[in-house]
Design a protein around this ligand. Structure first.
Ligand code: GLU
Length: 476
């Protein structure tokens, strides 16, 4: 691990909705890059667009980041709390002449634009209020509150040596004088980002590549402020399986939706780190490995495609190998979500251990484990038709009597009883185990039968076997 304590990254979401899976990946990359270099990872909430931002969205972002385990190293910065600072910098720039007042009305700007379009020119601010030595500015109109524009250099180019995309150059002639404060004094988006990145000491800006075109503007403003621009890494977007930008149309896009789908946060992070980045053929990375191996400069230039099947595969690998005690709180959350009281059954870690081979998600695990905690709501129709037959009921009735007579309810005793019973009948274990499963779990899937009986407990097992026998008899 190379340590340069000066690395400071940030994740800067706009709170206009849930935490998008692409945002989560950007946060992860920023986090890993900072941590790998012994630096700091900060969070900034870009909430200056008061119309589109909401408290609920801020909460959703924190909830998503907390669940993923990517909270900020220090208290998050909220842009809405920094208006005084933005105003101060604007004043300084006006004084230094790197910014100026522009009194153009909307009508004037519209006319300017229309004329340029008519001449087949690219619409841009023509600099009419830009002070130049010897230039006479128009007369200030009465009662107009001017905007403040940044005095962008008119010559030369801005070279962005992007850590992912490589060098990208922008001609200054392509950039007009950006409005940095509106007529009412409120600062604009790109300007706030610049002041924040500067004040927060950001050394590496890792963000979505929808911001590439903002970068030369931001660099120019930073330079005008006498600040050293950070390094930039623009991460390509995530596409759906159909090659179109990932959106609601493709299904889940919010991080918390992945929780609801039964993902473990570590598994989702693992899937995300591999989305557009690789280290040989390795698919699974422990947290320590991610920290050691992740390299922002090796992120692919091309957009990555989200592959749900693979994400679920990764999740299954994590479920199978994670410490069940670590998975238990998340499993608890899922059980409650489907109306099951996790206290009314066996220890969760034990259930997890028994179920995880056959459950790829926690949703599946919760559904398949419900019967350990709550009374059966009925039988799976197909399974009941196949296994809860007159013959099946006769077996269950006899077996129930044997189980009831057991002096102790242990895995060994249960194993011997069920196996011995099947053997005595000259039947394969499945012929006996399947009707038992349907009777006690409501479906023909459960962990090994002795374990299932053990975890379900004597009372529930005997009652359910009896109920299944009555069910068959009432049916005929
Ligand atoms: N707030 C921007 C977004 O959510 C990110 C800006 C940045 O990282 O510079 O897309």
């Amino acid at each position: 691990m190379s340590v340069s304590p000066s690395v400071v990254t940030r994740f800067a979401p706009s709170p206009t909705g849930y935490l998008h899976i692409g945002g989560a990946r950007t946060a992860l990359f920023s986090y890993l890059y900072a941590k790998r270099h012994g630096g700091k990872y900060l969070l900034r909430i870009e909430d200056t667009d008061l119309e589109r931002s909401s408290e609920d969205a801020v909460k959703a972002i924190f909830e998503g980041l907390d669940w993923l385990g990517l909270p900020s190293d220090v208290e998050p910065v909220f842009q809405t709390q920094r208006f005084d600072r933005y105003k101060e910098v604007i004043e300084q720039m006006l004084e230094a002449g790197t910014a100026y007042h522009c009194y153009c009305s909307k009508e004037e700007l519209d006319a300017m634009r229309a004329a340029q379009m008519a001449r087949k020119e690219k619409p841009r601010y023509d600099g009419r209020w830009r002070p130049e030595p010897g230039k006479i500015l128009p007369e200030r109109p009465e009662g107009v509150r001017p905007v403040v524009r940044f005095r962008n250099p008119q010559e030369g180019e801005v070279l962005v040596d992007d850590l992912i995309k490589g060098p990208i150059s922008f001609q200054n002639t392509e950039l007009d004088d950006l409005i940095i404060a509106r007529g009412d004094g409120t600062p604009t988006y790109n300007f706030c980002v610049v002041v924040d990145d500067w004040d927060m000491g950001i050394t590496h800006v890792i963000r979505g590549d929808d911001h590439v075109n903002n970068t030369p503007r931001q660099i120019n403003i930073l330079k005008a402020l006498g600040a050293e621009p950070p390094a930039y890494a623009h991460v390509p977007m995530i596409l759906g399986a159909d090659g179109v930008k990932l959106s609601k149309r493709h299904g889940a896009v919010g991080v918390i939706e992945y929780r609801a789908l039964g993902f473990l946060p570590e598994a989702l992070l693992n899937y995300l780190v591999r989305l557009g980045w690789s280290h040989g053929d390795q698919e699974l990375f422990s947290h320590a490995e991610m920290l050691e191996m992740f390299d922002i400069t090796k992120v692919q230039k091309a957009p990555a495609r989200f592959d749900m099947e693979k994400a679920i595969w990764v999740n299954h690998q994590y479920l199978k190998t994670a410490d069940p005690l670590h998975v238990a709180p998340e499993f608890d959350w899922h059980l409650r979500r489907i109306g099951v009281d996790p206290a009314k059954g066996p220890a969760l870690a034990v259930v997890i251990e028994q179920q995880r081979e056959r459950c790829k998600t926690l949703v599946e695990m919760a559904e398949k484990s419900k019967f350990f905690f709550a009374e059966l709501e009925g039988y799976n129709e197909k399974d009941a038709a196949k296994h809860l037959t007159a013959d099946g009921a006769a077996l269950l009735d006899e077996l129930r009597a044997r189980l009831e007579a057991l002096p102790e309810w242990t895995a060994l005793a249960l194993h011997e009883t069920v196996n011995g019973f099947a053997e005595g009948k000259g039947l394969g274990l499945g012929k006996v185990a399947q009707p038992i499963r349907v009777a006690i779990a409501g479906m023909a899937i459960s962990p090994p039968i002795d374990q299932t009986l053990l975890l379900l407990g004597r009372e529930r097992t005997l009652a359910r076997l009896a109920a299944a026998v009555s069910y068959v008899r009432n049916k005929s």
